[in-house]
Design a protein around this ligand. Structure first.
Ligand code: FES
Length: 159
């Protein structure tokens, strides 16, 4: 907890402890830990003199923030109407099978978090899967393995 507080303190100083910088501070914390640890939110709330419930409200409003630890790669499968009729649920099932997790869960090795979304606003290229912000258009069950391998290989290549 000490290390988290020290890191959070550095972000608070960077943003001059301004209340209007709350989102920017949370973005820095999210980037550092890949989620928003509870103790970090408590430190931010206390330091900015904002009720903790309000800080949590902001943290839960934006999809970019997560209150639970996320894996290194975020896989989001669209299940909006257009993607649904083009096979979105089958693609989700394939990701569930390959990763052995359900939506909202992270693989035990912390490499992948699986999520769903109701529509990404690009229905014409559905079914859509987004991995770490990269859109994969016209996804098929056959492409699932290649998508996952691409991110797994990247991880191995870095080390
Ligand atoms: S339904 Fe998937 S992008 Fe709109």
């Amino acid at each position: 907890m000490e290390a988290v507080n020290t890191t959070v303190e550095s972000y608070l100083v960077k943003h001059h402890r301004e209340k209007r910088a709350l989102i920017a501070i949370l973005q820095d914390i999210q980037a550092e830990y890949n989620y928003l640890p509870r103790e970090a939110l408590e430190t931010v709330a206390k330091s900015l003199n904002i009720p903790l419930i309000d800080v949590i409200g902001v943290a839960t409003f934006y999809r970019a923030f997560s209150l639970k630890p996320r894996g290194r790669h975020l896989v989001t499968v669209c299940l909006g109407t257009a993607c649904h009729v083009r096979g979105g649920p089958r693609i989700l099932s394939e990701f569930e099978k390959r990763l052995a997790v359900e939506p909202g869960e992270t693989t035990p090795d912390n490499q992948f978090t699986l999520e769903t979304v109701a529509c990404l606003g690009c229905c014409a290229i559905g079914p859509v899967v987004v991995v770490d912000g990269t859109y994969h258009a016209h996804t098929t069950m056959g492409k699932v393995d290649a998508i996952l391998r691409r991110y797994t290989v990247k991880k191995k290549g870095k080390k």
